[in-house]
Ligand binder design. Structure first.
Ligand code: SF4
Length: 502
C-alpha cells in the first residue's frame, strides 16, 4: 500500500538497516479454518511472508458475526504473542505485513483497515499502490465519507463497504471499475473472505487448499508452514470468495494486458515460492546462468551477496565452470528495529549486515553476484569491503537489468534522480563502485530465465513502458531529483507514492 501524505523522499536514511534495496510494500493472507484457530494459522502464514514488509503487522478475525482485529508496529513475532492470539477467536482471518515508514501516522496506517457502514463491517488488507487514490478520496470525502488513515488502501475499503449492500460481486466490480493501479486485496466480512487482483495482475495473489477449506496469500511460501497446498493463482481482474461452501471465482473486471511485476521474480518474492508455474529459486538460478553467458568474467571464484544472490551465483558458477563459495555471511537477525544505530554504527555501513570470510576472499579474483543495483550505495560498500579483505579483482554481476525508471505500482525504490542507472552509464557506475568490471543481465536474458513466454510482465523500471498509465502529476514528481530532505521532514524513504499537493 502507499501513503498519501508522504514527504517525498528519505533517501538520506543511510543507516545500516535501511540499505538501498528496493522494498516490497506488503504481504497479505486470508484463510478459513473451521476449528476456530484461524488467527493462529494466519500468524504462521504472515510469518512466512515477513520478507514483504517488516514495519507493521495485523490480523483481523471473524467468528461469524463480528470482526475483531489486532495490529501494531513491528515484526509479526513482535506484534503477536500467545495471549494476543487467544483474544482473536474465529474461523476466518486475514493478515497483513507492511513495509513503510517512521513517523507519527504509521500505526494509524497499519493494516488491516477496518470500516463499517449500514451494510456491515469489513477489514481490508492491500498490497500494491493506487495511482488515482487522491481523486477518489476527494470525491468520497465530498460525499461525506470520513477517513481514518492516510493510506490509499482505505479508498478501496471505503468504496467496498459503501457498495456492499449491492452484493459482494457487484461491490468488488464497482471497486475495480473505479480504482486504478496495482492491487492484490483480501477482505474479511463477518461471513466470508474475498480476494481480488488488479486487471493487469501486477502484484501476486494465489489461492490454496487448507484441509477442507481454502486460503489466499501473496505467495505460495505462506502455504507450507500451515500444511496448505497451491490451488491456483488468482487471474488478473478476478475475484475469489471463500465461505462455508468452499471457494468460488468470478471475473470481476475484464483482464487487461497481463503485467506481473518482474521484480517479484528477480528479488522480492521468496525463492521457495512458485509464480506462474515457475519456482523462483529455479528462475534465479537460470538468471545466473544467462548472466554467465552474457557477461562472462575471468575469475577464480563466484560468491553471492547473501541471501538473495545465492541461487543466481550458483547458476553463474555452473555455466562459468568456476567454484561457488560463500564469501560473506549475513547477520540473520538484523531486521528493521526500533533501536536506531548511532553515527559510529552508521559509518560501519554494510558491515552491520555482512561479514567477509577473509580466508575465502584473500588473493582471489572474485565474481560477486547480486540481484539489483538501486542507488549503488550498498554495492559500493560491498566492493570496498571485499578489496579491503584482500580480493585481487571484484567483478560485479547483476541479475536485474539497469533500473532506470521509478516504480508506481507498490515498490519502494527511488526517484529517477536517485537511481544509479538513470543518471550514469554502466562504465560510470562501475567507476563509482570501484569494481574491476560490472555486467548486468539484459531484459531478454531475464525473460528467458523466467520462461513462460516473453510477454505478460511489467518491466517498467527497466524499459519505462508503464502498463498502467501514470497521471502526469505523479510521474513529474517522481522524476524530479530528490529535494532537500531536511527541509521537508522525513516520513518515508524512497519512492513516489502520492504526495499531498495541497
Ligand atoms: S515498475 Fe518494476 S518494480 Fe514496479 S511493478 Fe513494474 S517491474 Fe515491478
Amino acid at each position: 500500500m502507499g501513503s498519501y501524505y508522504r514527504a517525498r523522499y528519505t533517501g538520506v536514511m543511510s543507516d545500516a538497516w535501511h540499505d538501498d534495496r528496493a522494498k516490497e510494500e506488503c504481504g497479505v493472507v486470508g484463510l478459513r479454518a473451521p476449528d476456530g484457530e484461524a488467527a493462529r494459522l494466519a500468524f504462521f502464514a504472515l510469518f512466512a511472508l515477513q520478507h514483504r514488509g517488516q514495519e507493521s503487522a495485523g490480523i483481523a478475525v471473524s467468528d461469524g458475526s463480528t470482526v475483531k482485529m489486532h495490529k501494531d508496529m513491528g515484526l509479526v513475532s513482535q506484534v503477536f504473542t500467545e495471549e494476543i492470539l487467544q483474544t482473536l477467536p474465529g474461523d476466518m482471518a486475514i493478515g497483513h505485513n507492511r513495509y513503510s515508514t517512521s513517523g507519527s501516522s504509521v500505526l494509524r496506517n497499519a493494516q488491516p483497515i477496518y470500516c463499517t457502514s449500514t451494510s456491515g463491517e469489513i477489514a481490508v488488507a492491500h498490497n500494491g499502490n493506487l495511482i488515482n487514490a487522491r481523486e477518489l478520496r476527494k470525491e468520497l470525502e465530498e460525499q461525506g465519507e470520513k477517513f481514518d488513515t492516510t493510506a490509499d488502501s482505505e479508498v478501496i475499503a471505503r468504496l467496498l463497504v459503501i457498495n456492499m449492500g449491492k452484493g459482494v460481486d457487484t461491490a468488488v466490480e464497482e471497486v475495480m471499475r473505479r480504482v486504478k493501479g496495482a492491487y492484490s486485496v483480501i477482505v474479511l466480512t463477518p461471513r466470508r473472505i474475498i480476494g481480488f487482483r488488479d486487471p493487469n495482475g501486477v502484484r501476486p495473489l494465489v489461492a490454496g487448499r487448507l484441509g477442507d477449506s481454502f486460503m489466499l496469500a501473496s505467495e505460495s511460501c505462506a502455504f507450507g508452514p500451515i500444511n496448505a497446498v497451491v490451488e491456483r493463482e488468482i487471474a488478473p481482474g478476478e475475484m475469489a470468495v471463500i465461505d462455508e461452501n468452499g471457494i468460488r471465482y468470478h471475473q470481476a473486471h475484464k483482464a487487461e494486458k497481463p503485467s506481473m511485476c518482474m521484480f517479484e521474480f528477480i528479488y522480492f518474492a521468496r525463492p521457495d515460492s512458485v509464480m506462474r508455474g515457475t519456482s523462483l529459486y529455479v528462475a534465479r538460478e537460470r538468471m545466473g546462468e544467462e548472466l554467465a553467458r552474457e557477461q562472462p568474467a575471468e575469475a577464480d571464484l563466484v560468491i553471492p551477496v547473501p541471501d538473495s544472490g545465492i541461487p543466481a551465483a550458483i547458476g553463474f558458477s555452473r555455466v562459468a565452470g568456476l567454484p561457488f563459495e560463500e564469501g560473506m555471511m549475513k547477520s540473520r537477525y538484523i531486521h528493521r528495529t526500533f533501536i536506531q544505530p548511532d553515527q559510529r554504527m552508521r559509518e560501519m555501513g554494510v558491515r552491520m549486515k555482512l561479514t567477509p570470510i577473509i580466508e575465502k576472499i584473500r588473493g582471489k579474483r572474485l565474481v560477486v553476484v547480486d540481484d539489483s543495483i538501486v542507488r549503488a550505495t550498498t554495492t559500493r560498500q560491498i566492493v570496498k569491503m571485499l578489496f579491503d579483505s584482500g580480493a585481487l579483482e571484484v567483478h560485479v554481476r547483476i541479475t536485474a537489468p539497469p533500473i532506470k525508471f521509478p516504480c508506481f505500482y507498490g515498490i519502494d525504490m527511488a526517484s529517477k534522480g536517485e537511481l544509479a542507472a538513470a543518471k550514469w552509464s554502466v562504465e560510470e557506475i562501475r567507476e563509482h563502485l570501484g569494481a574491476t568490471s560490472l555486467g548486468y543481465l539484459s531484459i531478454d536474458g531475464v525473460k528467458n530465465a523466467v520462461g513462460g513466454g516473453k510477454d505478460g510482465f511489467c518491466m517498467a523500471c527497466f524499459d519505462g513502458k508503464y502498463p498502467i498509465a501514470v497521471p502526469e502529476n505523479l510521474s513529474k514528481l517522481a522524476f524530479e531529483d530528490p529535494p532537500d530532505v531536511g527541509a521537508i521532514g522525513v516520513v518515508k524513504r524512497g519512492q513516489l507514492t502520492l504526495i499531498d499537493l495541497d
